[in-house]
Write a new protein. Structure first.
Ligand code: SF4
Length: 169
């Protein structure tokens, strides 16, 4: 159901806190090793099963985890579908996502995790984007790495595979 005025105000405040936290985290960790290339293909794939990675301490505290799940249900319209302990992931079904029309009924008040996708993945060692996503991660030093690989006189198929695996394309 589309967000009402009160929910929009609450989500705007939550978004400000989310952005401040992200900026601080980026300052602490430095530049991500990848940049984004491409553009949104508007498939709605990232709305199929939005997921949140929980910090280690919060994952170990059941009350904290329940609070995260409750907040996302109440404010963001995200209903918990699964927990993946190995990756500390909470996977949701979004009640704002219209699966037939493949669009969000509250796009302008969508939460930070939706606005961030797939940029939030660029800090991972080898980012995996959702199949069909029009974006792709490219290593910051892609040009230099690609030139270095090509200098080695490797077979074209090996160069292609390395370029793909190392996100140089
Ligand atoms: S709030 Fe909107 S953008 Fe975010 S997952 Fe749901 S449908 Fe997608």
């Amino acid at each position: 159901m589309r967000d009402g005025p009160l929910l929009r105000v609450v989500k705007r405040a939550a978004l400000a806190v989310y952005r401040a936290n992200r900026s601080l985290a980026r300052l602490r960790r430095g530049r991500a090793p990848y940049v984004l290339a491409g553009a949104c293909a508007r498939t709605g794939g990232c709305c199929e099963a939005p997921a949140i990675r929980v910090l280690p301490l919060a994952w170990r505290l059941p009350t904290m985890r329940a609070w995260i799940v409750g907040w996302n249900r109440l404010v963001n319209g995200l209903a918990l579908q699964a927990e993946i302990p190995r990756e500390r992931l909470l996977v949701f079904r979004c009640t704002h996502f219209d699966r037939t029309k493949r669009h969000c009924d509250s796009y302008d008040s969508r939460p930070g995790i939706c606005r961030d996708y797939p940029g939030g993945l660029l800090e991972q060692p080898l980012p995996q984007l959702i199949p069909g996503c029009g974006f792709r991660p490219v290593a910051r030093n892609a040009l230099a790495l690609r030139a270095e690989i090509e200098r080695r006189g490797l077979a074209p198929e090996v160069i292609e595979r390395l370029s793909k695996d190392l996100r140089l394309q």
